[in-house]
Design a binder for this molecule. Sequence first.
Ligand SMILES: [Zn+2]
Ligand SMILES: [Zn+2]
Length: 323
Amino acid sequence: MARRQTKNRTGIPRIEGIPVHDAWVTFACVKCNTRNFIHIGRELIATDDAFETGEWVCEACGFIHSRETDLPFDSWPRDICDSKRVAAGRFWRAFFRSATEGPESYWKQCNTCGRILPFNDFSRHQGWGPLERQMECRACKAAINAKLNPKRTRQQLHEASVRRRIADLLVEGENERIDESDLFQRFDSKCFKTGRTLKRTQRSTWAIDHILPSKYLYPLTVANAALLSREANENKRDRWPSEFYTNSELQRLANITGANLSLLSRPKPIINSKIDVDACVERFLKVREQSNLHKRIVQLKQLLGNYRLVNRLSTENRKLLGF
Ligand SMILES: [Zn+2]
Ligand SMILES: [Zn+2]
């Protein structure tokens, strides 16, 4: 199976010449305990063959691992170590079996870091050689993935979720109740993005899109609500409408909801200029929440600062918050 030549966008080089499907057998020398590796290739060994015919030589001490060899354990009774006796025979059979029993007994070479590692150090890749494992180890894969899709750090995610929660709390008092049957009627019971028909009774399959996101302090109102399938809404998330909907969709959306088309079409998000910041802050301070007030005020101040809303606060509230 030839692998398509893919352009490496990560800058993490692959090691040339490592066969990506090949299996390795490894064993710890019973005499000197050195770990040895035997390149097997794409045909795994039958366990019985390994026992019957295997002669695995330790590269460090030359000890031959085979059913014909006496066991080298000085502290064991002589008759157990004798290769002609049952106990030694059983020892060798199990020795070869544990190295060859199934795909998961084998090892594989990572073509990125070059290490030969156990089966479990590679993620699954269906139909990929006898082991069906990926060509790079999990550790290298993690580095490659980080280059391909830089994820936001925990800290960034935490900050984003705090900001979102605070924004939600700020506009909460201005949200309108959305009449579901009315919403379905306006959107003809279809996902506005995909056109898929939705059933109102199957609540887990649809969602109300907060068209102008609460993140930017827009409350949920009838004019700011669209009907979406659950998946479409997950794709939309906190995005500004023009970053998710096409121009003609925005036009239709404005027709259906009566929202302001030029606002929806703005290329970049803008903070809601109509929001009554003082009323929001006063409501926010009254909300009982588990987390402590001091911390929440610090977070609120950060958000008001980032959104440049501080000068829209009354002098009194500015003082109250310690600006
Ligand atoms: Zn050895
Ligand atoms: Zn690796």
